[in-house]
Ligand binder design. Sequence first.
Ligand SMILES: [Zn+2]
Length: 208
Amino acid sequence: MYPRPVQKLIDLFVKFPGIGPRQASRFVFYILKNQEIAQELREALEELAGKVKFCSQCFRSVETETLGQVLCSLCLNPKRDPALIAVVEKESDMQNLEKTGAYSGLYHILGGLISPLDENSAKALHLREFFERVKKILQMKSRCEVILATSATSEGDLTAMYIERILTPLKNQYPGLILSRLGRGLSLGSELEYADEITLKNALLNRK
Ligand SMILES: [Zn+2]
């Protein structure tokens, strides 16, 4: 058995996506051996909690010291089309789409995907906010294009289908609501995170 503080940190790291107990214990012993890393980590975590907020519209992280709601630089950019929204699982997927340089709309970061094994997983996503956002755009502009840009995995597909379903009432009311699905250019089972720029650009241009 490890000393309690060691085990406590291991248990914390194990909660991270993709980290197993062996990797977690390697991290902890590395930190234990390198005091400067431990100090830097403490400072970085403090800054993370104090100076980073999420954009109230798209849920991208923003460095700010403002106490109220914040909008990110993309959402504030007048050159971007606010009635074109790509729905992505996480912020790194958004970064990948940005890198293609082929996209001029905005984003909506869900904060995860729906899992077929966990019926509560939909509740943790920013879906209600998304519905309200699309509704507001339609009320103002009577047109809105939503690109379902989740990965071409079963969870990504399930999430895209779920979003299509919750947008159906709006679609019946507003013919100007267009839904398209990215990922057809991506090979089956591929995660957006690992797609290269050219593949992503093609998937974006050939959305259906
Ligand atoms: Zn934003």
